[in-house]
Design a protein around this ligand. Structure first.
Ligand code: PLP
Length: 415
């Protein structure tokens, strides 16, 4: 019997969370299946991009290591190299039409590191962090790590933002609204109209102070999938519609560098708290133990981003999504086409809902796993009647997975 008192309440609620272990169970099951047999495993459970970084990036790393003068691998300012921050600020300014400066950009250990330091800089214990649901489950742990509480507001059935539902979920304690577009797990990409409405509801460019404390509500725009939009467009941002914004992104997906941990937080130059955030975020980077983003990764960015060949070709994600729609629809799944990102989030067929109710996603995932096909039950993301399918696999895996779906989905086995 494990004595839970040996670890913190936060760690108990996170590391021992049954929802968390559902994803891990799938991962471990995949490992076991691979050990037991050479037959293929179709692992659609993790959003782990399988595409290699562009050769331009590899060449840049080799060149840097071979030619740079000494002193490149030492401590640096906690916000990162000035010239890299200035480079990112210029790109973000061009992208959003909002005048970022070097001081507004803090280089981070991925989008996850940026979320951690931004929440730490804005939210206090007892505050509420509001997120549209279905949602990326790590938000709950990030919020709890700063003593804040995650509050969910449902999206509409097609996963678009339900602004009245968000407004209803706002309380005196709401401090942050997290917006994730393209979305994990739903594949939704919010329109400019949706984000403008959200900005208006929050008080427009003046920002509505939270009633109890006179403190504004911030929007953290968490956008690690922003360069994976299937129609090739640049996804809309709330930056033009609201002032209290920190925009976050990373190069885990567009450059295939998830393991190298490089991202950034960009403080809206219109945020009234801008200069304080410029001090708070690097401080949080330091004392949360990141210290700074990896030096070599930072320096690789100006050599690659915006150059011909300077990004991964993510077309396979859309091709995989397209390959799923019709067959899943024919099997009775409720499929909302993904507009971007790495995932599909179909609702399981009615026969499964009849047989299993709210355990339907879990039951289907289990039975697919018996056919060597791994998906994540939607309960992990706050929506137990769905499953999440990761699209970051070779196209041949989609064919194999669909054979398992055909075998399993039509005939729910009794619980
Ligand atoms: N936010 C969302 C919604 C994600 O899905 C992920 C990664 O899966 C992250 C943040 C973290 O990304 P990064 O690898 O840049 O830390």
């Amino acid at each position: 019997m494990v004595d839970e008192n040996t670890i913190s309440r936060w760690a108990v609620a996170g590391a021992l969370d049954p929802k968390d272990s559902a994803t891990r169970k799938m991962f471990e099951l995949g490992m076991r299946l691979r050990r037991e047999s050479d037959a293929p495993v179709y692992d659609l459970s993790l959003g782990n991009p399988h595409l290699e970084p562009p050769s331009l990036w590899r060449d840049a790393i080799v060149t840097m290591l071979a030619t740079e003068p000494p002193g490149q691998h030492r401590y640096m300012p906690n916000a990162g190299f000035g010239y890299v921050r200035a480079f990112i600020a210029e790109r973000e300014t061009a992208r959003f039409g909002v005048p970022f400066t070097e001081a507004d950009v803090i280089m981070t250990v991925g989008a996850a590191g940026a979320m951690a330091i931004t929440l730490r800089s804005i939210a206090d214990p007892g505050d509420e962090v509001l997120v549209p649901s279905p949602f990326f489950p790590d938000y709950e742990h990030y919020a709890r790590a700063v003593g804040a509480k995650l509050v969910l507001a449902p999206t509409r059935a097609d996963f678009t933002l339900d602004i009245p539902a968000i407004e209803r979920a706002i309380t005196d304690r709401t401090r942050v609204v997290v917006v994730n577009s393209p979305n994990n797990p739903t594949g939704a990409v919010y329109t400019d109209g949706e984000l403008a409405e959200l900005g208006r509801m929050l008080g427009g460019t003046q920002g509505r102070p939270s009633a109890a404390r006179g403190r504004p509500i911030y929007v953290i725009e968490d956008s690690p999938y922003r360069d994976i939009v299937f129609d090739g467009s640049t996804p809309a941002s709330i930056l033009g519609h609201y002032d209290h914004v920190v925009h976050i992104s990373s190069h885990s997906k567009d450059l295939g560098l998830a393991g190298e941990r490089i991202g950034f937080a960009a403080i809206s130059p219109r945020a009234p708290g801008r200069t304080l955030l410029q001090r708070a975020l690097p401080f949080a980077n330091r004392v949360l133990g990141f210290v700074s983003a990896p030096a070599l990764m930072q320096r690789s960015l100006p050599r690659v981003l915006g150059q011909p060949g300077g990004r991964v070709d993510t077309g396979v994600y859309e091709r995989n999504a397209l390959a799923f729609y019709e067959p899943l629809g024919a099997l009775g799944f409720g499929v909302t086409p993904a507009r971007g990102g790495l995932f599909l989030f179909p609702r399981v067929p009615a026969s499964w809902l009849d047989a299993f109710g709210d355990a339907a996603g879990e039951a289907l995932a289990q039975q697919l796993a018996e056919r060597r096909t791994l998906v994540v039950p939607g309960g992990t993301f706050g929506s137990p009647q769905h499953i999440r399918i990761a699209l970051c696999v070779p196209g041949t895996d989609v064919e194999g997975a669909l054979a398992a779906f055909r075998d399993v989905a039509a005939r729910p086995k009794a619980p």
